[in-house]
Structure formats: C-alpha cells, structure tokens
Design a protein around this ligand. Sequence first.
Ligand SMILES: O=C(O)CCC(=O)C(=O)O
Length: 311
Amino acid sequence: MFKGINRFSWTGFTILRSFLSPVEVKEYRQLFDEMTKHLSSKKRMLDPSEVLACQKIYSLSFRPALVQALKQILGTNYAMFSDFQVQKNKYGGWHVDSNSEGNQAYLQNSKYRFIKVGVYFQDNTDEYGGGIDVVPGGHKFPLITQDVKRNFKIKQRYNEYGQKWIGKPAKLHAGDLLIFDSRLPHKATWPRLMRSNGKDGQPQWAPENVYLSQIPSEHTKYVFYFDACHPDFVETFLQNSIQRSEQENLNGQELFFNDYLGSVFPEDYPEDFVKQAQEQGIQVVSLSQAKAQKYKERRRFVHDNRTKQAS
Ligand SMILES: O=C(O)CCC(=O)C(=O)O
C-alpha cells in the first residue's frame, strides 16, 4: 500500500524508494547509453514517439507500484498523457510546470490534481546533480480570495522566497520514483562545479535548460518523465499542449508537444500498451484521428529533417 499520500498533500511531492532494483537501473542505463548516442545540446531527450517505440521504457508507466500510487493520489480512473521523455544531461532553472497554463482559476481548486512522474537512474549528488531541487509546500496557494490574479501574485512571492531559502535537493537515489504536483517549484540539482562560479559566491542558476556535455559518462543524468491527472483536468492541459505545439520550432531537432499530440489512442499505440492501460482502467489522453493529422505531418517533417541532417 502506498503510504505517501499525506506527504504528497503537504509537501507537493512524494518518493517511492527502490522503484527499480540496482540490476534494473544498470540495464536501463545501458539501454539509454545505446539509444541516446545521437543526443546533444540540439536534442536533449528521447521524444514521446521514440519512447513509445520502446516497450522496456514505456512499460515503466504501468508498473503496479506506480499505478497504485497514482490511483490514490489522482483517483482510480486517472488519466495519463503519453508525453513521455527520457532526458539526458538536461539542467534548468527554477520553474513551475503549471505556470505555462497562465493564471487559471482551476489551478486554485482544492480538488486540482495534476502530477509529473519521474524515474531517476542515478543518485542525486552534490557533485553531479542527477535529480531535482524542490520547494516543499510550494505548490500551495497561501491565500485564496475572490481575486484569482492576486492569489497567483501571492503564490509567486511565496515561491520566490521558497526558492531562495527553502529549496533543497530531493534525496533521490538511482531507481527511485518521484511524483510531484505540477504547481511545485523545482529545478535541476546542478553539479557543484557549475554552482560555484556565481557572483558573490551565490550559486548561478542557468535560466534555460542546458545540455551539460561535460558530465562524465558513468554519471550521465537520465530521467524518464510523463504527466498524469484526475480526469476532470485533462481538457485544460490538452488545450495548453495544443497552444504550446504552435510555438515549437519545426526546423529544430527536438519535438515534444507536436510529437505526442500526433499519437491517437488506441490505434497508434503498441498492442500491449493498450492492453495494459485498459486492464488497469487508465485513460490515455489523445486527440481524434482527424485532429491529430496535422501533428503527425509535423512529426514526419521533423523526423525526415533529422534523417537528412544525420546522413
Ligand atoms: O530533471 C530535471 O532536471 C527537471 C526537468 C524539469 O523540470 C522539466 O522537464 O520540467
């Protein structure tokens, strides 16, 4: 039985220890070493369709311990997005995932349940990072009044204070699983060497997500991420993904929103994926075939470009 539900409500995150055994972590790291040889600062992750083509990776999202925890946090009929990614050596600054949705009243709803799931394939260490820093409790709105904008402003101030004084590395070990609220401030735990060159001895956090190629290969940072939510909050996130897909650079190497929106459930998914989702009563969010068509074409365009550039 998953016991972290209270911790999740209070702090905005919870950790499932040893989600993977040390032997499994080693196997996954070997697999990622092989699969991510082509990654660089131009493409810092395996994108959703690359993950969907690999049973060993996507099946992590159906492991009983994870499904049981999500059912307790999100409800037994929770929804998952196949916005899978395996990030490699990606390090970014403080942010709140739900901020991309704007100052929406639903984010202040006490029943709002939207989470990100991460599986970490290395310890989170002072020397190399490998996990994330979090602000415990930073997902909450300190004050809920009739004035939605004002409530966000207050949360923003509270989060700025939290990032400066309360933020700390989550104690993650290789094979741990982290579930966090999409309103929680978080950032990559940066390697010590990269932290020490800020002004006045203050850490210097990169505002953008950067690819750190100087991490030694045995410490490569690999994280598997995806999103899930209570069924009531599917539509708003989906609409936000559609908006964000319009901002993606189709001439670049990375594709995320346009990639996952192009996969229609169940017909574009591997048979065993569909079976596992259906058996466990998990809703897999997708557009209709007609609406997904434009994203499929964009995905093909980017994949063709990648192939041309690689040859
Ligand atoms: O693993 C990390 O460094 C954090 C990644 C992250 O915050 C994100 O992708 O939104």
